[in-house]
Design a protein around this ligand. Structure first.
Ligand code: TEU
Length: 569
């Protein structure tokens, strides 16, 4: 009975988040208020007006909980405490108040596929096979017939995302524990209802404190096939990709529905929920975001940010074919239309900067940053802007291995060398695809350390901050920042962007991406040249009023390199 009433209300109430734009803050690299070289909560509070000027509605904060910082906070040792490096719970309450006073909502990062190995749950679990929390994690004996602790004795052959086997041996108990990421990130066993209840409790605790939603880290990995079988491996390779046994595993949707019932269903305000799902397919994304199923509002899928990966994965670079990009966009726009919901992103703290990766961060820096922004933001879904993306921040020209900070890059570099890859090749791999590219300090101004900190930043500042910074762009006509501001304002004022159907325009020239959004008699046509050469689009340039363009000069039937035009008709 209550469920019907709740469903009726949800259908009538306009969902506040449908036309919202989300801004991601990576706290470590946003603004440092105390000069220790690491960004913090007071730094964020001091810069909230930047977000208000930009016009975003929601902030997603990467993890700020107590953590040994083995993976920059994605390894949590206390879910109810703020890491002292970022501040205190008082600072947090102040942040929530300051955000709400400005009409901004706050989404927390929820990292519950795994904890830190320093979390009291794991410490207790590791205390011995008889521990009351032993089965809060995945403990397994060595492979039968092997010597425990010796190479190849791991319970199965899965590789970890951060290199090496997904198992670490604990000599004290003679067993191994599972970690899909680093050894300091043991996976929780969601099969155990006590684990799920403890997580629901944590979530309610933060909602009661005033947060407005959650971005859920690798939430599609929480259900594993409990037998944890070996995965098929490539000839000559010891380790294999175990995804078939944990990506959207057998109980994922059941767990998400339970979480919805236990945590979200009875809240007075809609709780915004975003599931990060590496490797998710369309079918599972639809199951997770169909409102009738009561799971999540949206998921991050990874297809468009994998198009430049080689067969060996992210470290193998392949040229992006704009046609592949158009086909991927079209598939997801159509696949989720009318039932599910897309999230739209180029960047986050795990992806290289889009203007360097898919654009041209040299000659066509401004043009490519703005064209890429527009082709993403004018689709249906919820756009996410990662800090600095609104300025067109670029990858860092790393010169040496000592500049690397990310556990994934450091481990990959060492593993590649051990496997016989030469230093130059291994370095080029992490330089191009490494996550540190996204994590350099936010470039506030041209001053020392880009105005990020008075101390020595934990990671190098990009040397281009002398000209690429917020002070040089905010309020300056023609800047990347002002272009983003326009895109956000358009979404807020134009229902065709929020609700219009998506139609890809066929027959375009190579490198040209063109689509139409249609709502009743309203139409928006987006045409972009995603290449360094001028070209004729190959599709009719529509008659109608020109709403947005990222270059100046005469309107002809040829698009300039990285030119974008948006027409309303
Ligand atoms: O990332 C999940 C993930 O699998 C990838 O995005 C990963 O970061 C990388 O690209 C693999 O090559 C999430 C977080 O966003 C990431 O920062 C964490 O390191 C990871 O989970 C573990 O918590």
């Amino acid at each position: 009975m209550t469920r019907t009433v709740a469903a009726g209300r949800a259908l009538q109430a306009p969902a506040w988040w449908r036309d919202a734009v989300v801004y991601q803050i990576y706290p470590r690299s946003f603004a440092d208020s105390d000069g220790d070289g690491i960004g913090d909560l007071q730094g964020i509070i001091a810069h909230l007006d930047h977000l208000v000027t930009l016009g975003v509605d929601v902030v997603w904060l990467s993890p700020i909980y107590a953590s040994p910082q083995a993976d920059n906070g994605y390894d949590i040792s206390d879910y109810r405490a703020i890491d002292p490096v970022f501040g205190s719970l008082d600072d947090f309450d102040e942040l929530v108040e300051a955000m709400h006073a400005r009409g901004l909502r706050l989404v927390m990062d929820l990292v519950v596929n795994h904890t830190s190995d320093e979390h009291p749950w794991f410490v207790e679990s590791a205390s011995g096979p008889d521990s009351a929390k032993r089965d809060w994690y995945w403990w397994r004996p060595a492979r039968p017939g092997t010597q425990p602790g010796s190479p190849g004795a791991e319970p199965n052959n899965w590789g970890a995302v951060f290199s090496g086997p997904a198992w670490t041996f604990d000599p004290a108990s003679g067993e191994y524990y599972l970690h899909l990421f680093a050894g300091k990130q043991p996976d929780l066993n969601w099969e155990n209802p006590a684990v799920r209840h403890a997580i629901h409790d944590i979530m309610r605790w933060w909602l009661d404190r005033g947060v407005d939603g959650f971005r859920m880290d690798v939430i599609n990995y929480i259900s594993k096939v409990p037998e944890l079988p070996d995965a098929p491996s490539r000839p000559g390779e010891m380790l294999a990709d175990g995804q078939a046994f944990y990506n959207c595993g057998p109980r994922l949707h059941e767990y998400l529905q339970e979480m919805h019932r236990e945590v979200f269903a009875d809240r007075p305000e809609h709780v915004l929920t975003i599931g990060e799902m590496p490797g998710v397919d369309l079918a599972n994304a639809l199951l997770a975001t169909d409102p009738a199923r009561r799971e999540l509002d949206m998921v991050f899928q990874f297809e468009h940010v994998s198009l430049d990966h080689g067969t060996g994965g992210k470290w193998q670079r392949r040229r992006l074919e704009p046609d592949d990009l158009a086909a991927t966009f079209e598939r997801w726009q159509h696949g989720l239309a009318g039932r599910g919901w897309n999230s739209l992103y180029w960047n986050n703290h795990d992806q290289p900067r889009v203007v360097s990766r898919f654009g041209n961060d040299g000659q066509y820096w401004r043009e490519s940053a703005t064209a890429l922004a527009a082709v993403l933001h004018l689709q249906q879904g919820t756009p996410f802007i990662y800090q600095g993306e609104e300025l067109g921040m670029t990858n860092l020209p790393f010169r040496e291995v000592g500049q690397l900070r990310d556990i994934e890059s450091v481990n990959h570099y060492a593993t590649a060398l051990a496997a016989g890859v030469d230093e130059a090749t291994a370095f080029e791999q992490v330089r191009w695809a490494g996550r540190d590219n996204a994590r350099t300090p936010f470039q506030w101004d041209a001053g020392p350390r880009a105005g990020f900190s008075t101390g020595r930043p934990w990671i190098d500042v990009n040397p281009n901050h002398g000209w690429l910074n917020a002070a040089a762009q905010v309020g300056v006509g023609g800047s990347v920042f002002e272009f983003y501001r326009q895109l956000i304002a358009l979404r807020h004022s134009d229902p065709v962007i929020v609700d219009g159907d998506f139609e890809r325009l066929p027959g375009t020239a190579p490198g040209v991406l063109a689509y139409r959004r249609v709502l009743g008699d309203q139409q928006l046509t987006v045409i972009a040249n995603l290449s360094d050469s001028p070209c004729r689009p190959g599709t009719d340039i529509p008659q109608g009023s020109l709403l947005l363009r990222n270059v100046t000069g005469l309107l002809t039937d040829t698009l300039a390199p990285w030119e974008l035009r948006v027409f309303r008709s």
